[in-house]
Structures are given as C-alpha cells and as structure tokens.
Design a protein around this ligand. Sequence first.
Ligand SMILES: NC(=O)c1ccc[n+]([C@@H]2O[C@H](COP(=O)([O-])OP(=O)(O)OC[C@H]3O[C@@H](n4cnc5c(N)ncnc54)[C@H](O)[C@@H]3O)[C@@H](O)[C@H]2O)c1
Length: 391
Amino acid sequence: MATRIDWVGANTRLLRQIAAEFRETQPFAGITIGTGIHLEPKTVALLMTLKDGGAKVVATGNLNSTQADAVAYLRECGITVIGEATRDPERHQGFLREVLASQPDILLDNGGDLFDLWRQSPTGNLIGGTEETTSGRARLEPLRSSLKLPILVINDSPIKQFAENEHAVGQSVLESYMRITNRVTNGQRVTVFGYGACGRGVALNFKGAHAKVSVVDRDPLKRLQAHLDGYDTPSRDEAIASADLIVTVTGGGRILGDEDMPLLKDKVILANAGHFPTEIDNTAITGSSEVVSTDVFSDGIASLTLRDGRVIHILAEGHMVNLAGARPLGNSIESMDLGFALQARCLEAVALRRVDASSCVVPVPRDINERVANAYLDLCYPNANPASSPA
Ligand SMILES: NC(=O)c1ccc[n+]([C@@H]2O[C@H](COP(=O)([O-])OP(=O)(O)OC[C@H]3O[C@@H](n4cnc5c(N)ncnc54)[C@H](O)[C@@H]3O)[C@@H](O)[C@H]2O)c1
C-alpha cells in the first residue's frame, strides 16, 4: 500500500518539477549538504530533490519532531540520517555535531543551530547555505560578522510569510488542537501570544471556528493591528486569566511560566506553536510544588491537578503542537511545497556561487521569489500566466 510519504511526494508538485530539472543539471554534484530539520514526509520530498541534484545529504532532525518512517525512508534512499527522535537537548546537540563532522559544503539550517555550532569551531570548506525560520534569523543576524557566508533566509520571503506562516500555521494549529483534544472551539476563549505572521493566522483560524480570540503582543504596533483586526487586546494578566486555550507563537524565550499558574483558569489548555519548546516552561509548570498529581494521556496531553483543585492541560509538553503532537501532519503540503521550492532554488544559488558573502543572513532574492510564484500559478492556471517558467 502507498504511504503518506508517497502521497506527499505526489502532491509536492513544485519540488517534482525541480527534481526533474536537477536530475539533468546536477547543481550539487560533489557537494555535501548538512541539515538539521524536522524529518517528516514534506522534508523527505525536499531532501530527495537535493539528492536528485547530485548532493550527498547528511541530515538530523529537530528536537522532538523526527518521524521514524521518514527516517527509515530516507535511509533506504541513501540519505545519511544521524540519530533519531529525541526530546533531550544534549543528545540533539550531539546529532548536530555529527552532521558538522561530515564537513558539509552547504548547510540547510532550521533554527540557527548548525550555523551557530559551525561558527564556534569552523571546519571544512563551508560555502554558505539557508536558514528556514524566524527564530533562526534572529539568532544569526548578530553573528553576521563572524559568519561571513552567503546565508539566504527562507522565512523572510513574502511567499513563506503569507503561504506558510500566516495561512498554513493557522490552519494546522487549529487542526492539531482539534485532532489532539477533540474539544469544541465554539464560544471558547482563546488567547494567542504573538501577532506576527503565525499569530495572525492562528487568531484568524480560531476566530473562524467561532472562538472568542484575545491577542497579547509586546509590540504596541502589533497590539494595535490586532485591535483593528477585531480582536480583544486586554492586559497580559487578563488575557491569561480569561482563556480556555492559550497558544504561544512568538519565537521568544519564556512566555508562560510557573509564576503564571495562579492566574490560569480551571481546565485551561496550553499549546505552543513557536519554534522552541521554551515558550511554555513545561519543566517549571509540571515540576511546580502546586501540582499534586499528573495524568498523561496517550495523545500527548498532560493534565496537572493543582492543590486548589484546578486542572491545567499541556499539549505535547510545549513542543510545536502541529509537529510534535499525536499523528502530526504539520502545515499543508502546498504551503511547504512553496517554501521548499524556495529552499531548493536558494541552495542552488549558493552551490552555483550566484550569491556571495555580501548576502549574509538576507531574504530570498526577488528573482527566486518570482520564479517560484510563477511556477505555482502556472500549475493553478496552466493557460493564464504569460510569465510562465519552471519552478
Ligand atoms: N509551528 C509551525 O509550523 C511554525 C511555522 C513557521 C514558524 N514558526 C515559528 O513561530 C514563531 C513565530 O513566527 P512569526 O513568523 O509569527 O514571527 P514574528 O516575528 O513575525 O512574530 C512574533 C510576534 O511575537 C511577538 N512577541 C515576541 N515576544 C513576545 C512576548 N514575550 N510577549 C508577547 N509577544 C511577543 C513579537 O512582537 C511579534 O509580533 C517562531 O518561533 C517561528 O519559528 C512555527
């Protein structure tokens, strides 16, 4: 029987086009690409495309999002996968070090881990690479002067911003919440921390599912934007105290901690969609002396009973709820196909030295954005786009 990896492979149509071209052009011949990225069916499609382009790919996952069937598939196809799913940051660091020990020529980073580690003890002939995320860009920007390599930030493409962060994250966080909890959204009070691209999508999707949504953002401009978009923007404490569900999606460090426990409503559900599993301080909350008992349900729901009788539910231990929960599907195939087409084209530009160190931690070049946009539109409207070109 065909698997979900096959289904994803059949529907990542931009990557299929690019893979067919790469099999001819071989932009990565003789090049090792090292990566630490969520290993799941959509990244399988990306890594297979790079392999089709002649790359030797050495991969490990991100913290707590690695899927065993994706790893097995990649290994069968000749891609070197280091390690396995882990929630242990130290083990994960060890896997990343092993990726760097393969002396990659190019890094495909997701969160800035690999470039940061490489900078601490540069080895091999690294020529540059890409960074996928908002969080990674924030980490790498201050390191520009010590990196001095072309690093294209996929997250800063307007396509990634609107197709994935805004539309797809919002959909998949709602979908994950409903799949994991099977709970109603109608009439529930939902507080979203962070009103960036992801937060806007999360807020909009829960609003569309008839929840009453409040937004907390430390940036007054974002708070004003949320207010004008029709959301409540009360004080942080009020927004916490009123919520039946709290979603953190800021890219920041510690958004909710044990000090907030007195504010939390009975039966509140806490979920994180930000990149790092620190936005909800799961360790401090679960380890609080206020917790008298904990039930862990198989779908990744931990229910904590407090001394005063209140119950707090935490999803997926505060890891990204749409990638680490039960049977995680992540963002829609098409949104990831767009983002990964940008990845493939940016990695090609680095491999072919079309960008140099003056492009250190910069957004995706305009010509690549246009090429990917035209290719997607051509698939949607085969006879309508005069500027048609392959992805
Ligand atoms: N789950 C997924 O599938 C997925 C996909 C893409 C991005 N992400 C991650 O989601 C996070 C947010 O991404 P984004 O593109 O929306 O970022 P963004 O920078 O556009 O927006 C983040 C917002 O959070 C606000 N913020 C930061 N710290 C805050 C705090 N302490 N309290 C309140 N607000 C705070 C900022 O002011 C900003 O408006 C990042 O970690 C990113 O890597 C997750």
